[in-house]
Design a protein around this ligand. Structure first.
Ligand code: NAX
Length: 327
């Protein structure tokens, strides 16, 4: 039997948590032969609800689940964590400005970055889901100076998966035929879903579709605004699809991406594609042996460059708004 992997999840009693925890415990994230210990963090008022979720986890009798920690103390939740899924965040309430949202979440991710720095495994793989995900990940990274910056990532995978399905449906293909998608930039409405490197059954998606108006007026805005469309339809934000994306992000990071394809991860830039170093940006990456690497050498058209610059500008503005919270 393998040694159990310690997986910390924050916001564990929330909607995404409810879709996420059972799949982690059943082995869908790290493999059907990998035991796990769940270390669950909630705010104090939500501990009773968390207790209910833990009772349900118990009632599944998952063979791979070797322990569960429930706590409102980040240092307990992150102790020796190998993986940390930072899902819990302050939602935007009525009348709250974007600046106030950044500030409220900044406080949470400053504290959690510090706690990770103090007690997590030095190899901890951190995925920030809670919004604004890229900037929250940036704040946590900056508050964990003893951990490698590259351990911190932000979730762009839901946007990536949304874009794959749009292309599959447009071209009448199975989603498995669609490869090499990239969502550049911020997990927000400025993100740039780039189909110019996408292949469908080995052929250029842009060539097959051959319709710039559809790309600009349909594909890009549909992917960018999908989160709002789900809220409009469901009355609640995406949860099961977000949990699925988190599972896939970590699974690929740990177990590797498929040959001949890549995925999108929000990672600190190494300066590639003219994105200033350190900016938490959606990039195309391949993963192998637990490490990710940016796909280099893609052609960026003038159209794409304009979109990439716009999402970069937004991320730089967010970073400037939280400067006082950085180490
Ligand atoms: P919920 O409001 O259902 O759950 C959030 C949970 O986090 C609550 O139980 C709350 O008590 C807890 N929490 C709040 N502050 C905490 C703290 N400091 N420490 C620990 N727990 C804390 O939200 P849910 O629908 O689960 O969404 C969670 C986050 O994911 C939100 O910020 C949401 O905006 C974000 N999303 C990000 C996506 C992405 O692609 N990056 C997509 C889906 C989702 O919108």
């Amino acid at each position: 039997m393998k040694k159990p992997v310690r997986v910390a999840v924050t916001g564990a009693a929330g909607q995404i948590g409810y879709s996420l925890l059972f799949r982690i415990a059943s082995g869908e994230m790290l493999g059907k032969d990998q035991p796990v210990i769940l270390q669950l963090l909630e705010i104090t008022p939500s501990l009773p609800a968390l207790k209910g979720v833990v009772m349900e986890l118990d009632d599944c009798a998952f063979p791979l689940l070797q322990g569960i920690v429930q706590t409102d103390d980040a240092k307990v939740a992150f102790k020796d964590a190998d993986i940390a899924l930072l899902v819990g965040a302050r939602p935007r309430s009525k009348g709250m400005e974007r600046k106030d949202l950044l500030e409220a979440n900044g406080a949470i991710f400053t504290a959690q970055g510090r706690a990770l720095n103090e007690v997590a495994s030095r190899d901890v793989k951190v995925l920030v889901v809670g919004n604004p995900a890229n900037t929250n990940a940036y704040i946590a990274m900056k508050n964990a100076p003893d951990l490698p910056a590259g351990n911190f990532t932000a979730m762009m995978r839901l946007d990536h998966n949304r874009a794959l399905t749009q292309i599959a449906q447009k071209t009448g293909n199975a989603v498995t035929a669609v490869k090499k998608m990239t969502i550049w930039g911020n997990h927000s409405a400025t993100q740039y879903p780039d189909l110019f490197s996408v292949e469908v059954d080995g052929k250029s998606a842009a060539g097959l579709i051959n319709d710039q108006t559809w790309i600009e007026s349909d594909f890009i805005p549909t992917v960018q605004k999908r989160g709002a469309a789900i809220i409009e339809a469901r009355g609640l934000s995406s949860a099961a699809s977000a949990a699925n994306a988190a599972i896939e992000h970590i699974r690929d990071w740990v177990l590797g991406t498929q040959e001949g394809d890549w995925v999108t991860m929000g990672i600190p830039s190494d300066g590639s594609y003219g994105i200033p170093e350190g900016v938490m940006f959606g990039f195309p990456v391949t993963c192998k042996n637990g490490k990710y690497e940016i796909v280099k050498g893609l052609t960026i058209s003038e159209f794409s460059r304009g979109r990439i610059d716009a999402t970069l500008k937004e991320l730089e503005e967010e970073r400037d708004a939280v400067k006082h919270l950085l180490n």
